[in-house]
Write a protein that binds this ligand. Structure first.
Ligand SMILES: NC(=O)C1=CN([C@@H]2O[C@H](COP(=O)(O)OP(=O)(O)OC[C@H]3O[C@@H](n4cnc5c(N)ncnc54)[C@H](OP(=O)(O)O)[C@@H]3O)[C@@H](O)[C@H]2O)C=CC1
Ligand SMILES: N[C@@H](CC=O)C(=O)O
Length: 835
């Protein structure tokens, strides 16, 4: 089994490491907010980490906000006391502020102490609380003496406490662990831009790494050359995590947060937003720059020259696969999202033309700009510095409040159809300019007013309505499976709803080819023959658990009972199944009911219209009658294409065995024709239809007459095919007996429900030559259905009931049905607090 994402070519002589590399896991504040959250994080670490991984943590819950509030109170207190010490009003205000300060400190200390008590044993708790009270004493002294100078030291306590606590909890219950204060090694070379001195930091980090212990590193903080504490700004801990990956050469960084991935729009505003499972680096960068709430441009910066993949996953639902950012093939490049930013300023000036415009761009890194028209778009916070910069250039400027809405996707600005669609989606909206960003991964509209949630929803709906990515795995590449694959490229090209179907897996009995980036549908079989590798069902299930697609459909075109036993696992994973294989639908009542209920619970769709009548719409018609309120009382007919073909042609002149071998070579029979001749295939089909009609039946309830002599039943297929001439005499005699009565022989299925009594049987019958079941084109099936609505004049469905084209066509019809249903389905966004 090959997966382009996980396949690594190793030269054994060069790489003797047990583990290929370490991974970084970062847990955000909401993931560490309460003791229950921390316990969840500990469990994630237990399951997902190894000792040489690096854990980065943010401050618990809102601790940083609380610390910032403390800072503000103490600055205010200082202003009041220092500026007007003798005024009575100030004295009162100072008293109030002082009280507030002490209260806030107490609340903070109590909250930390509570976490410690809830998570640690008594002696560790006592040790940590004593350290905490030392910190609180130091923090209080700093706040009362010179808060401004100690601002960053104060803010650093949140991440420091969080790391210390988590490391103590892990050491107590999971593995040896130690905390590392990032200020000890993480050095900023440019504080304003939070630029890292990687070489010094790397040296410092490796000196402090301890063998065989899991390191917990504080996020958000670093130090400058003067050895002072610095903070890394908004979402600084995410940045810390990717810096740690760059320092350690980690293969993966996972940001464990309160959302389960990156969405095609902010899911809090756009409920129909869909998860982006895989994003190319450059596109993710652009999304971060243009306002994605989870990704921040700075986060991705340290990974620019590394082959590290970044994952976003929810610590509240760790089993749900999140989003992955990295290097991917074509399918990930098709992802499209819509983003918006309000509170921006469009600055227009002659200084923004040409060369001096380029200087402005390098100075302000605007959201977007057009140097031919002399404008840049910046944040409101940048307005003042833009004014100052222009003043030094002695030019005038006009500022206009604006917003932007943008589509973001790989090279989207180069695609004329996308640009036109975006403009059409905004045709009722006032727009000032349309432009693309320098990297062409976004196309932006500048709006003169706020981008409302209505506009965002409408544009998102228009731009992403056909963007759901559906993975297709085909199991069984024999007679029917090959024909299905041959038809696939044309179907994808011409049927609406299949545009986003990607063939990712081809599975045979012992070999499989899985390629997450897609298998070329035009040459699928060649690829399978050249690249498929041995696999077992555990490997297959492991991949199916972590696949990065919105939906996954498995088409089972095997005759295998063993493969049908995997359906339960497929449904448990929300995977949809199209089965031409009859085993599952005709399995024991208990198994069948369990499959139906697991599928329903996990919203898996299970279609198997080709299990009976090949491409004929028989299963669906019966289900539709039932769902519409009709009650079925009789289903009978010729259900076997093979037996229909054999008995229509069989005239006693050509030996029966010669006809059988002809049918086998035309792909009409089951892989083992005894499935047909034994009546088992027809028995299964009758059971499947009775179940579609709402009856609870099992195979044992259907009488079945076998046409295979006892001597030929338990031998191998190869031997059976050698000995088929042993069938000839028996069939000749049955034919003669019928002919003597001017009858023909046909294998008939009959199901009758009368007065709550059910009779069901499949057997060889002698029918009058004029009987409706006798006059068929060879290979045709006929289904006669009687119901409340079709009583005297039965509903008849007739047509070819076996064969490569009709069966493969029927499977394609099921595929279209599922894809159309899926394309109208909305995914549920998993955000802590939202659901
Ligand atoms: N013929 C017809 O008209 C109709 C057939 N069907 C059904 O279609 C199915 C396929 O029939 P057909 O194409 O004729 O069969 P074939 O024998 O020609 O092909 C079977 C394929 O299934 C694969 N396979 C067998 N066991 C497993 C397994 N455990 N896991 C994965 N793959 C497996 C085989 O793989 P490998 O090559 O590696 O051995 C082979 O590729 C059957 O269930 C049949 O009942 C349904 C309606 C009509
Ligand atoms: N062997 C079967 C094939 C389809 O199910 C038949 O003859 O009908």
């Amino acid at each position: 089994m090959i997966d382009s994402n996980t396949a690594v070519t190793l030269s054994p002589s060069k790489n003797k490491l047990v583990k290929i590399g370490c991974n970084v896991h970062k847990f955000g504040g909401s993931s560490l907010a309460t003791s229950a959250c921390i316990e969840r994080v500990v469990e994630i670490i237990r399951q997902h980490c190894q000792l040489n991984d690096i854990i980065v943590v943010s401050a618990n819950g809102n601790t940083t906000d609380a610390l910032f509030k403390l800072y503000q109170i103490s600055v205010e207190l200082q202003e009041v006391t220092l500026l007007n010490p003798e005024q009575a009003r100030s004295a009162k205000e100072a008293k109030t502020l002082h009280r507030q300060l002490l209260e806030t400190i107490t609340t903070l200390e109590t909250a930390q102490a509570l976490l410690i008590d809830e998570l640690l044993n008594a002696s560790s708790a006592a040790r940590l609380k004593s350290l905490l009270s030392d910190n609180i004493a130091q923090l209080s002294a700093n706040l009362l003496s010179d808060p401004v100078s100690y601002e960053n030291d104060l803010l650093a306590f949140g991440d420091f406490w969080s790391a210390r606590l988590l490391s103590a909890v892990l050491s107590e219950s999971v593995c040896p662990s130690y905390m590392l204060d990032a200020r000890e090694f993480l050095l900023l070379k440019d504080e304003k831009n939070c630029a890292i001195d990687y070489s010094e930091s790397e040296k410092g980090f490796s000196q402090r790494r301890q063998q065989d212990k899991l390191v917990i590193v504080t996020g958000y903080i670093a130090r400058n050359k003067q050895q002072q504490t610095c903070t890394l700004g908004r979402n600084g801990s995410d940045y810390s995590a990717t810096i740690m990956a760059a320092l350690s050469g980690a293969r993966n960084v996972t940001l464990w947060t309160d959302v389960d991935g990156i969405y095609s729009a902010d899911p809090r505003v756009v409920p129909s937003a869909r998860k982006l499972h895989r994003l190319p680096n450059a596109v993710a960068n652009e999304l971060g720059r243009l306002g994605n709430p989870v990704l921040h441009a700075k986060t991705l910066q340290p990974l620019t020259n590394h082959n590290t993949h970044l994952h976003v996953a929810s610590s509240f639902a760790p089993d749900i696969s999140g989003s992955e950012i990295g290097k991917f093939g074509q399918i990930a490049k098709q992802e499209l999202s819509v983003t918006s930013l309000n509170d921006l300023i469009l600055a227009k000036s002659t200084s923004f033309f040409a060369k001096s415009g380029e200087l402005a761009v390098s100075e302000f890194a605007p959201i977007c700009y057009n140097l031919d028209e002399g404008y840049i778009v910046v944040t409101q916070e940048q307005q003042k510095s833009v004014s100052q910069w222009l003043a030094s250039h002695d030019t005038e400027v006009t500022f206009k409040p604006v917003a932007i809405i943008a589509i973001v996707g790989h090279g989207v600005a180069k695609q004329g159809d996308m640009r036109a669609r975006f403009k059409r989606a905004l045709k009722h909206q006032q727009t000032l300019h349309f432009l693309h960003s320098f990297n062409e991964h976004s196309y932006i509209a500048i709006l003169p007013e706020l981008c409302s949630s209505e506009v965002l929803n409408n544009v998102h709906a228009d731009m992403t309505k056909d963007a759901k990515n559906i993975a297709l795995v085909v199991a069984g590449l024999g007679n029917i499976g090959q024909r299905f694959l041959t038809m696939l490229p044309k179907q994808i090209a011409r049927v609406s709803g299949l545009e986003n179907v990607h063939l990712v897996g081809l599975v045979g009995a012992s070999k499989a080819l899985i390629n997450t980036d897609g298998i070329d549908v035009a040459n699928a079989l060649e690829h399978y023959q050249q690249q498929a590798q041995q696999y077992d069902s555990e490997q297959l299930l492991a991949w199916l658990t972590s696949h990065p697609y919105d939906e996954l459909i498995i088409v089972d075109i095997t005759p295998s009972e063993a493969f049908s036993h995997l359906y339960q696992e497929f449904f448990a994973r929300g995977i949809h199944v199209i089965g031409a294989n009859k085993w599952a639908a005709s399995s024991s009542t208990e198994n069948y009911q369990q499959l139906i209920s697991t599928a329903e619970k996990n919203k898996s769709i299970w279609l198997g219209n080709t299990t009976v009548g090949a491409g004929l719409p028989i299963n669906s018609t019966i289900k539709e009658l039932l769902n519409s309120g009709d009650q079925i009382s009789e289903i009978s007919g010729i259900f076997s294409g093979t037996l229909s073909w054999l008995f229509q042609y069989y005239d006693g002149v050509t030996p029966f065995s010669a006809l059988l071998s002809d049918a086998l070579s035309q792909g009409i029979t089951e892989p083992d024709p005894r499935e047909d001749l034994s009546g088992r295939d027809v028995q299964r089909k009758l059971l499947i239809l009775a179940r579609c009609a709402g009856f609870e039946l099992s195979l044992a309830d259907i009488d079945c007459q076998s046409l295979v002599p006892v001597a030929l039943r338990d031998i191998s297929l190869a031997e059976f095919l050698e000995r088929t001439s042993e069938l000839d005499e028996m069939f000749l005699s049955r034919l003669k007996q019928a002919q003597d009565k001017t009858c023909v022989i046909r294998y008939v299925a009959r199901f009758i429900s009368e007065n709550d009594q059910v009779t069901a049987k499949v057997s060889l019958e002698e029918l009058s030559e004029n009987d409706a079941f006798a006059q068929l084109t060879p290979c045709d099936n006929v289904f006669q259905i009687k119901s409340d609505w079709y009583q005297d004049n039965a509903l008849i469905i007739r047509g070819p009931g076996a064969g490569r084209d009709v069966t493969a066509g029927g499977i394609h019809a099921d595929l279209v049905t599922i894809c159309q249903q899926l394309n109208h389905r909305h995914q549920q966004v998993k955000i802590k607090g939202l659901n």
